[in-house]
Design a protein around this ligand. Structure first.
Ligand code: FES
Ligand code: FES
Length: 174
């Protein structure tokens, strides 16, 4: 339930990376800005602010969403995962490990968004083809890598998951 206050700030409650946040925010604050400015989670990057580059992608109730196209108040009561929540107990997520090993990033600006889309993608594509990975990546702009390393990394993470490796050794399934 959203409560309006006289100062036109609204109180919202949402869960981010397993932690409950209860904050007062402006009704027009984008979820991407809310995460970065109100919650200090600057791993979610903001590029175009128009839903084009994919840098701001987070998971909202398990689905990849462009957080620049959503108001924070629309996430009231939602369960959100950001890139900060991928590593568990000091262990990188299998996608983070694969990105590192396959040299899938250079400046890293696009990386958090691609990682979050890839988490959602691999949940529904246990054995993806290269074309399916390319299709998923068509919603993300990377100005540095040429995408080859990113595709290799996602293929590697999918292969290891198929072989039974936990995503980060914790048994967690995100
Ligand atoms: S910043 Fe959201 S899609 Fe570019
Ligand atoms: S690594 Fe620089 S934009 Fe992708």
């Amino acid at each position: 339930m959203i409560k309006m206050s006289a100062g036109e700030r609204v109180e919202i409650s949402l869960k981010i990376n397993g932690k409950v946040y209860e904050e007062r925010t402006e009704p027009r604050k984008l979820l991407s800005d809310f995460l970065r400015e109100e919650c200090g989670l600057s791993g979610t990057h903001v590029g175009c602010e128009h839903g084009v580059c994919g840098a701001c992608t987070v998971l909202v109730d398990g689905a990849a969403v462009r957080s620049c196209l959503m108001f924070a108040i629309q996430a009231e009561g939602a369960d959100i995962q950001t890139v900060e929540g991928l590593a568990k107990d000091g262990q990188p997520h299998s996608l983070q490990k694969a990105f590192s090993e396959c040299h899938a990033l250079q400046c890293g600006f696009c990386t958090p968004g691609i990682l979050m889309s890839a988490v959602d993608f691999l949940d529904s594509h246990a054995d993806p083809t290269t074309d399916e990975i390319k299709e998923m990546l068509s919603g993300h702009l990377c100005r540095c890598t040429g995408y080859k390393g990113i595709i290799d990394a996602i293929e590697q993470a999918a292969f290891r998951r198929k072989e039974g490796e936990n995503v980060n050794g914790s048994g967690d399934t995100i």
